[in-house]
Design a binder for this molecule. Structure first.
Ligand code: NCD
Length: 320
């Protein structure tokens, strides 16, 4: 098994072989999660703290379930009721928690780069659960697992990522992962929602859904990240749906067996038609949620192995 990382901060730092290692192990956790008794002891005795400084349903719930199923002691910090509200900085909060000897720290934060900074201050493994518009590595890994299970491979596919690319950490992590695995990537959306200089990423850019979707194997939709917008990026939601919302007609331009993905939370009738999102013949949105728990179990298992090995080396080092 190849997985050298000390923290999981972004896809940027992972080699293709490390990505494959996560996906292979996650496949095994999917089987465990489908059993009645979903218990393993790979994190037994370890402490996991989840710190979410931004709203979350899927990511927080799945990190919590993942840790519990692996036997860790899991603590969810109620950020809203913590000293953060009294002005304590992120780093002070992290150092305080670090002094309680957690082994895994799962962090979501609205500022890009905040999780990397925090990782440099603590001596446990840090997992990035989404930082600003920077990275959301476990989302890209769960998307990759969903694609691999639906298509039988995660290479040489044509993948369209549609909507608010500019503000999306999901798009960024997916772009990096899917690029590393040698797929053909298309970005579709209004020019106002495309990051500047995106052409240099080796992707094709479209502002017409029908053209961009032609021949796609995978169609990944994104939410308009209004909380990260500081002005009028779209004329109106109605107009946006008309041009960029995915419905059956627009999807008919992709391959007949193309799958539809969305990281959630979905805004039905804005970026995606509600009936299409619920169509189990096309949509793998619920599979993404299922894969999310397994991928997070795999990531924490692998990081915990590295942590144990590192601590073991330190003990041996101190003895000689
Ligand atoms: C995404 C996020 O928080 O970046 N959601 C998620 O983690 N499933 C996408 C979003 O908020 O639109």
């Amino acid at each position: 098994m190849t997985f050298r990382a000390r923290h999981l901060l972004g896809i940027e730092h992972l080699a293709p072989l490390e990505i494959t290692t996560v996906l292979d192990l996650a496949d095994r956790y999917v089987d465990l999660n489908r059993r009645t008794v979903k218990q393993s002891d790979v994190l037994a005795g370890m402490t996991q703290i989840n710190m979410f400084f931004e709203n979350s349903t899927r990511t927080q719930a799945s990190f919590e379930l993942a840790g519990k199923r692996l036997g860790a002691d899991v603590m969810n910090m109620a950020v809203g009721q913590s000293s953060v509200k009294k002005g304590e900085t992120l780093i002070d909060t992290a150092l305080t928690l670090n002094a309680m000897h957690p082994d895994l720290l799962v962090v979501r934060h609205p500022s890009s780069g905040a999780v990397n900074l925090l990782a440099s201050k603590v001596n446990c493994a840090v997992l990035n659960a989404g930082d600003g518009r920077h990275e959301h590595p476990t989302q890209a890994l769960l998307d990759a697992l969903t694609i691999r299970r639906a298509k039988g491979r995660i290479q040489r596919l044509t993948i369209a990522i549609c909507g608010d690319i500019a503000h999306s950490r999901v798009a960024r992590s997916n772009l990096i992962l899917l690029g590393k695995m040698e797929n053909r990537i298309r970005l579709i959306g209004p020019p106002t929602l495309m990051p500047a200089g995106i052409g240099a990423f080796g992707v094709e850019v479209f502002d017409d859904m029908r053209k961009g979707l032609a021949g796609a194997d995978v169609v990944m939709m994104l939410r308009l990240q209004k909380e990260r917008m500081d002005g009028g990026f779209i004329p109106s939601e109605r107009e946006y749906y008309h041009r960029f919302g995915l419905d059956a007609e627009k999807l008919s331009h992709a391959k007949p067996d193309a799958i539809v993905m969305h990281p959630g939370p979905m805004n039905r009738g804005v970026e995606i038609d509600g009936d299409l999102a619920d169509d189990i013949n096309r949509s793998v949105i619920q599979d993404q949620v299922e894969m999310g728990v397994a991928v997070r179990m795999a990531c924490m298992d692998l990081l915990a192995r590295n942590l144990r090995a590192e601590r073991g080396r330190k003990i041996v080092g101190a003895m000689v």
